[in-house]
Design a protein around this ligand. Structure first.
Ligand code: ACO
Length: 328
């Protein structure tokens, strides 16, 4: 490959959900024991979510990432020893440090290649994919493992019905390899810290104690309004950068937060809903894991095929947002 003809392409996908699936009815019954009222009907009508998966006590983001990575490596026909870059998007890391990526590297039985976490909340996977693509195109890496993994159940306030019904745990991964044909066609990334308070976990660790609140806070309606607007703008920017139009999109795979946001984005891009990949119904919002989880589901069930044009879009705390357009 000569300079200027080096691109990156996804060669394998994988995902993993912890076995315990919790239906809305089950969650509502659990919340009722705390005197908190919710219902399957409210959750389905407002969000589309019917169930989510929760990891067992002691299971960490690197454990979920390991399973998803093994599946992605198998699907790419690669061994872990062939990987030369690991990027893990997560907001629920195993510990303050070292990074979940280095723990994953060790669990994969490899050493030496660069490994780091990327923190952009629910936009984490599109950020991570864009960073890995840049590193591959410059020659800094040739075969990357890009992972989104979350145990959001650990940071949910189960006394706050406006947030605890929305999120779940899981992981998704892709193998991204150097290629002489593109793959990743264009990325568009943004952030605006002025909106940091509408979605945050405001606590931190200092002096051996948790300072502030370590549980998730969200102004749902404010997030909703911003999300639909920025997702459309970012998708259009990625299309422009790649010289493509909406009609070229075979599959829209947005961050899976709320089916109404996803339908709104598809409508704004004039895409029929059968081009939208939605897994929020059974996964809930798995933050950085949601896009690679949905991509893997759509690859495995035969919807996304080699050569299809796929728009990935993320939006989340920060506020962060972005899109990656790719030929699969
Ligand atoms: N069960 C029953 N009632 C509820 C629940 C619940 N779980 N949660 C809220 N309500 C009530 C509220 O108290 C309110 O009652 P009131 O009218 O008596 O005050 C009523 O339902 C309506 O509340 P709203 O917040 O206005 O409901 P809305 O239609 O906006 O839906 C939701 C809320 C689902 C959170 C929506 O705003 C949303 O999806 N926002 C975007 C969230 C999102 O995408 N987050 C992820 C971003 S990614 C990341 O970075 C983590």
């Amino acid at each position: 490959m000569t300079a200027g003809s080096r691109f990156s392409r996804i060669t394998g996908t994988g995902s993993y959900l912890p076995p315990r699936q919790v239906s809305n009815a089950e969650l509502a019954a659990e919340l009722a024991t705390r005197g908190i009222e919710t219902s399957d009907q409210w959750i389905v009508e407002r969000t589309g979510i019917q169930a989510r998966h929760f990891a067992a006590d002691g299971v960490t983001a690197s454990d979920l990432a390991l399973e998803a990575s093994r599946h992605a490596l198998e699907s790419a026909g690669r061994k872990a020893t062939e990987i030369d870059l690991i990027v893990v998007a997560t907001s629920t890391p195993d510990m303050v440090f070292p990074s979940t990526a280095t723990i994953l590297q060790n669990k994969l039985g490899i050493a030496g290649c660069p490994a780091f976490d990327l923190q952009a909340v629910c936009s984490g996977f599109v950020y991570a994919l864009s960073v890995a693509d840049s590193m591959i195109r410059t020659g800094a890496a040739s075969r990357a493992l890009v992972v989104g993994s979350e145990v959001f159940s650990r940071i949910l306030d189960f006394n706050d019905r406006t947030t605890c019904v929305l999120f779940g745990d899981g992981a998704g991964a892709v193998v991204l390899e150097a290629s002489d044909t593109p793959g990743i066609l264009a990325s568009d990334l943004h952030a605006d810290g002025a909106h940091r308070d509408i979605l945050c976990v405001p606590g931190t660790v200092a002096g051996g104690k948790v300072l502030g609140d370590p549980l998730l806070k969200m102004d749902g309606p404010a997030v909703f309004k911003l999300a639909v607007h920025v997702l459309e703008a970012s998708a259009r920017a990625a299309l422009r950068a790649a010289g493509r139009s909406e009609t070229d999109i075979d599959w829209l795979i947005p961050h899976q937060a709320n089916i109404r946001i996803m339908h709104g984005t598809a409508r704004k891009l004039k895409l029929p809903l059968d081009k939208l990949v939605a897994t929020v119904q059974t996964h809930g919002n798995t933050s950085a894991a949601s896009i690679p989880l949905a991509l893997d589901v759509a690859c495995k069930d035969g919807r996304v095929k080699r050569g299809d044009t796929v728009m990935l879009e993320g939006v989340g705390g920060g506020f962060t947002w972005g899109a990656v357009l790719l030929d699969f």
